[in-house]
Design a protein around this ligand. Structure first.
Ligand code: GLN
Length: 488
């Protein structure tokens, strides 16, 4: 059988329109691929083969969905025991939009528990492996979505990004990952982790495919009070206009705080190779400074756990998911309190508990001013840094991650080390900016390196155009193996 699983989303769209590809052929090819390799990779928590086969949708654009986005009638586990059997009673808004455009949902992907992590190792459903080296992590928390796309199980996937959970795994798995501006994509039906930072976005193997999904999900939604009422943009049309003059007129900022000591040298060198390439193409390159960058991780680890501690209070054994009953942990408490205590003790993993404790502590009345309030003030300084810089430059280029994919187990017992994986992605979330990662080469272990582009609020089009330009013109030889297929 022809390897239909290697088709891009755009190719599938064209072939379907010309009636040159049947739903059966495509889905058989995809599910055979998944059957063959996913036992090694563990990208999926659930698969919906039968449902897709009987659905009457004429179009059939396959997409995978991170398991914290609700699909009606399907489990939404968030990679957690506490939601192991939770079935969503409604569709997230993004799911409605995509369904109406002929997308079909192949399955739900693995993730760090409640999207807390940078390696997909905190999932209750076992870890996902990096298709470039099965002894390494794929990044996280949307590791399942990144791997499903990188290993040709699906052409595109949805993820969520609170501090880097789309861009960092995209970088570590050699695919494109886009986090839109905060408020661009409805969060209705996305299980809340840190509501002022969470944003749904997309993984794809090329920029055009990402743009196809994005233009369908970047929409105003009255069900989300933080959704911004902007006209839907036609990202793909914009990309297909050949306006190299526009690209060459751009000024690119290179923030010096993103090339700090400790970053893997090969990553730094590779990013500079792209910057030099752009400079040779006529783009203006300027070194800029974002002086409060060094506080971003600290600020994030106050704000995100604070919001998480509040959001996760709803998992109490009464309203959702797992319930532990009829056991006593504390004789001084009522039966009901015992039930709450045990449900949360048994239902949450240790990283989630750590965050709940951190958050509860920084929101408590004695420490609120010293931690939470202070963090909010510094968040504003980080925001202002970006606004200042974007008065001078159009876009920023940085590394996405300080290292390439690390070994399974290497950082899981050292939370601080793990938290630093997102040092370059977190500031963007704190400021609500759009950001994306594109592959730009490999290190000496043949592991992918990601380049991050950051844009001013709502300038996704400009960001995608630069990414598209780099993808087309900065060529590098793609590494392939049995999981990562070569270009056809
Ligand atoms: N790795 C970061 C964290 O653990 C970011 C996660 C995310 O973006 N969901 O919080």
């Amino acid at each position: 059988m022809k390897n239909f699983y290697t088709l891009t989303l755009n190719e599938i769209k064209q072939l379907v329109q010309k009636k040159e590809l049947s739903k059966k052929e495509l889905l058989e090819s995809l599910f055979q691929r998944i059957d063959k390799i996913d036992k090694d990779l563990n990208a999926f928590i659930s698969l919906f083969k039968e449902e897709i086969e009987i659905s009457d949708s004429k179009n059939f654009l396959p997409i995978a969905v991170k398991d914290n986005i609700c699909i009606k009638g399907k489990k939404t586990t968030c990679g957690s025991k506490i939601l192991e059997d939770y079935v969503s009673p409604y569709n997230a808004s993004v799911i409605e939009y995509l369904k109406n455009e002929g997308f079909v949902f192949v399955g739900k992907t693995n993730m760090d528990e409640f999207a807390m992590g940078s390696s997909t190792e905190t999932s209750y459903f076992g870890y996902t492996k990096n298709p470039y080296d099965l002894t390494r992590i794929p990044g996280g928390s949307s590791g399942g979505s990144a791997v499903a796309v990188a290993s040709y199980e699906v052409p595109v996937a949805l993820g969520s990004d609170t501090g880097g959970s789309i861009r960092q795994p995209a970088a570590l798995c050699g695919v494109v990952g886009v986090k839109p501006t905060y408020g661009r994509v409805s969060r209705y039906g996305l299980v809340a982790f840190a509501s002022s930072l969470d944003q749904i976005g997309v993984f794809a193997r090329n920029v055009l495919d990402a743009a196809i999904v994005l233009e369908n999900i970047c929409r105003y939604d009255e069900k989300d009070s933080t959704s911004i009422n902007l006209a839907q943009e036609k990202f793909t049309e914009e990309l297909c206009k050949t306006d190299e003059d526009f690209i060459k007129s751009l000024t690119i900022g290179v923030p010096k705080e993103y090339f700090i000591e400790g970053i893997q040298k090969e990553i730094k060198d590779k990013i500079y190779e792209v910057i030099n390439f752009l400079s040779n193409q006529g783009l203006k390159i300027e070194e800029v400074s974002l002086p409060n960058t060094e506080y971003a991780v600290a600020v994030y680890y106050i704000i995100a756990p604070s919001e998480a501690s509040s959001n996760l209070a709803r998992y109490d054994g009464v309203k959702y998911g797992y319930k532990s009953e009829d056991k006593i942990v504390s004789y001084s408490q009522s039966k009901m309190i015992n039930m709450y205590l045990l449900t949360r003790k048994e239902g949450f993993g240790s990283e989630v508990k750590r965050r709940i404790m951190l958050g509860t502590y920084s929101l408590s009345s004695g420490y609120y001013d010293a931690y939470y309030l202070k963090a909010q003030k510094v968040r504003k300084l980080i925001f202002d840094d970006f606004i200042n810089v974007f008065n001078k430059v159009d876009l920023l280029i940085t590394p996405t991650s300080p290292t390439t994919a690390f070994k399974i187990g290497e950082k899981i017992n050292d939370p601080l080390k793990m938290y630093l994986s997102d040092i370059f992605t977190i500031p963007c979330n704190l400021a609500g900016l759009p950001g994306m990662s594109i592959p730009c080469g490999y290190d000496s272990n043949n592991l992918p390196i990601g380049l991050q582009i950051l844009a001013p609020h709502f300038k996704e089009t400009k960001m995608l155009k630069l990414a598209y330009f780099i993808e087309k013109n900065f060529r590098f030889k793609k590494i392939t193996n049995e999981y990562v297929v070569g270009e056809q």
